[in-house]
Design a protein around this ligand. Structure first.
Ligand SMILES: [Zn+2]
Ligand SMILES: [Zn+2]
Length: 664
């Protein structure tokens, strides 16, 4: 990123090295001419794909090698460094950034004056401030990163061959990913084991004398005890009683509710919100956030801190007064305390770098995510909202005393909700008085069943990982995308469910390595890495403690463990080739496919197609099937392709529902 000719650049005084060209460009926009900004284009050194490259005998020393196509970048950095009076390494403010900084430092020419600068936002003020306070490379942060890399390498390299031998060739396991897989599988088991219980919801529509003033109340108590209506017989009996009872408003309880805004975003909450609001996978959210950060629009997006810079709070509070008025400002500065006990290195929440930033220069996904971050941040210093919550108790006096209830809420003052629409709607209750007689319009019962816990989606899985202390800002997205890419889990309606391969891998790992894939153990390991980052623990000591028992276990499992069969799903169709076996669905490295159950004796295979149960809207002959683009995005197509070229992103089932005339 040299901004001027070679001749002038020889006069440059300071070289700044960052990891991305976009970040370099943003810095170049506001730094004075005597600064040269150069990008490494990511890691310049890494562990080679193979061999294991960790010297176990020699204190687990990792053998980092220059990344293969990065030689030219390194050469140009070295050349510029020779000409510069000072070199600042300005990689991202976390462990990975520190590790890149350490690698850059290694390739710089001897005698170069090298300092590390770190900033949480790519703005003129933040960078100038960082340049005023350069530091040395933080060995503890680097060591924490090395420890994670070495640990994951040992686990992956030792477990994969075992999986090849005992489950299937080509499989792999990871320390944190396998625990995420376990969470999804255990939820699936809970769902399967769930015992649905019947219950009935009893609703009465009542009215007072005023015309049109009717409302619904729901049965809550019978003779002072929680109503238990769990079959039709009881429901019918209750309904008979209710139909001949006398109704009266027994109580009206009003309460003022004040609600505080949400804290600003962390990586975890930002990815959760984007998953809920836009349906984005964590990987996508992080990549959009990366672009916003590199353009200087938001603070660093890998963080679990809730801190906000004092200057940013001051600017925000002035902005709120100016744009919404004094009464929308919270009385005092709201201070948010970081719940996470881990000490990650990015010490600020995710927020806009400038609350008055003109977002109109952003488009598409970047604009969507930026607005999400902006509103959450602005709301966090606004006044609480005030609502009136009303509960109406209705007593039905008959064979027994039936207590029925309803409640409503009306927002009196919107406060922070002015910017952050929360989706809550006012529920207005009719005007009735305590002691007023009511008459019954109708009483109805509806059969219901208790529901099993829901499958995890992107948002709830990240929340779970955070709760268990397993996730870190830098690992949520890669953890989830890895188990998806390996076909260990798949998504149905945006929710995760395990594949038969995922189930087999999990039962092998959890069955044979109960401690390694325990939630508590994994959380403890992450805690230990945090302590390495704080300089309170030597990185090799934890790995030594882990390695001894783990390696022993590997050897015994290799000898003793039984092979695990991957469950196949029968299709109820004979194999067209051998005419003997049944066809089954298998999961390969590239997803599902259909083959003969007699494999390897019969090698018949065909593509797996998922029919959605309707005929093609175009040719009216073929079945509509779910297909995937080469990038893996699902779409709807015709089974008769290429004879029929029907294709649609939108679910044709939903369209036909909408087109139906409204019934009534
Ligand atoms: Zn066959
Ligand atoms: Zn068709």
């Amino acid at each position: 990123m040299t901004r001027s000719c070679r001749l002038c650049s020889s006069l440059k005084m300071t070289l700044i090295i960052v990891e991305s060209p976009t970040k370099a460009k943003t810095l170049g926009n506001f730094l004075p001419k005597e600064y040269d900004v150069e990008a490494t284009y990511g890691h310049i050194m890494d562990l080679p794909k193979s061999p294991i490259s960790v010297d176990i005998e020699n204190n687990f020393r990792p053998d980092y090698k220059v990344v293969s196509d990065r030689e030219d970048t390194i050469a140009s950095i070295q050349k510029l460094a020779k000409k510069s009076k000072n070199v600042f390494i300005a990689t991202d403010p976390d462990r990975e950034g520190e590790a890149i900084a350490a690698h850059v430092n290694e390739i710089l020419p001897k005698g170069a004056v090298v300092k590390r600068i770190a900033f949480h936002e790519i703005t003129k003020e933040a960078v100038e401030e960082a340049i005023k306070h350069p530091r040395e490379i933080d060995k503890n942060l680097v060591n924490a990163q090395i420890a994670r890399r070495v640990l994951d390498r040992l686990v992956g390299y030792k477990l994969s061959p075992l999986l090849w031998k005992k489950v299937r060739r080509g499989l792999s396991a990871g320390r944190v990913q396998s625990v995420a897989l376990r969470i999804i599988i255990e939820r699936e088991e809970e769902i399967k084991a769930f015992d649905k219980k019947e219950y009935w919801e009893i609703t009465c529509k009542v009215t007072n004398s005023k015309q049109g003033n009717s409302f619904n109340v729901m049965l809550d108590k019978v003779d002072g005890k929680k109503a238990l209506v769990n079959n039709k017989k009881i429901a019918d009996e209750v309904l008979t009683h209710l139909r001949s009872a006398k109704y009266i408003v027994s109580d009206i309880i009003k309460k003022e509710i004040k609600r505080n805004p949400y804290p600003p975003y962390t990586t975890s909450t930002m990815t959760q919100s984007a998953a809920v609001k836009f349906g984005w996978p964590a990987k996508k959210t992080m990549s959009v956030a990366q672009k916003l950060y590199e353009q200087g629009m938001i603070t660093y997006h890998r963080t679990d801190s809730l801190n906000i810079a004092v200057s940013a709070i001051a600017k925000l509070r002035a902005y709120i007064v100016e744009n919404y008025g004094e009464k929308y400002l919270s009385e005092r500065v709201r201070v948010y305390k970081t719940k996470s006990k881990s000490a990650q290195e990015a010490h600020e929440a995710i927020r806009p770098t400038e609350v008055t930033n003109n977002k109109s220069k952003l488009v598409g996904d970047q604009k969507k995510l930026y607005e999400l971050i902006w509103t959450r941040f602005v709301a966090c210093q606004m006044a609480f909202s005030i609502s009136d919550r009303t509960r109406i108790d209705v007593l039905a006096n008959g064979k027994k005393k039936y207590l029925l209830k309803t409640s409503g809420e009306i927002v009196k003052f919107d406060g922070w909700r002015k910017v952050l629409v929360s989706g809550a709607h006012d529920v207005v209750l009719p005007d009735v008085l305590k002691g007023e007689d009511l008459s019954l319009i109708k009483a109805d019962g509806e059969q219901k069943f208790t529901q099993p816990p829901a499958r995890y989606n992107e948002a709830s899985l990240i929340k779970k990982l955070e709760e268990l202390g397993i996730g870190r800002p830098s690992t949520y997205a890669p953890t989830i995308s890895t188990i998806m890419a390996r076909n260990y889990v798949e998504k149905e309606d945006r929710k995760f469910l395990p594949t038969p391969v995922g189930e087999a891998v999990n039962s092998f790992l959890v069955g044979n390595f109960p401690t390694v894939f325990e939630y508590g153990f994994t959380a403890q390991m992450e805690d230990n890495l945090d302590r390495v980052a704080e300089g309170k623990l030597a990185w090799t000591s934890e790995i030594k403690k882990f390695w001894g028992p783990f390696n022993k276990k590997i050897l015994s499992v290799e000898k003793k463990a039984k092979r695990i069969k991957i469950r196949t799903e029968k299709l109820d169709r004979k194999c067209p080739e051998c005419k003997k076996g049944q066809l089954v669905v298998r999961v390969g490295r590239f997803g599902k496919f259909i083959s003969c159950e007699r494999f390897p004796d019969c090698k018949y295979t065909e593509k797996f197609v998922q029919k959605i149960g309707m005929k093609c809207p175009k040719c009216k002959k073929g079945d509509v099937v779910i297909k995937k683009t080469r990038k893996g995005r699902p779409f709807f197509g015709c089974f008769r392709y290429p004879d029929c070229e029907y294709a649609s992103w939108k679910d044709p089932r939903k369209k036909s529902e909408k087109e139906k005339p409204a019934s009534g």
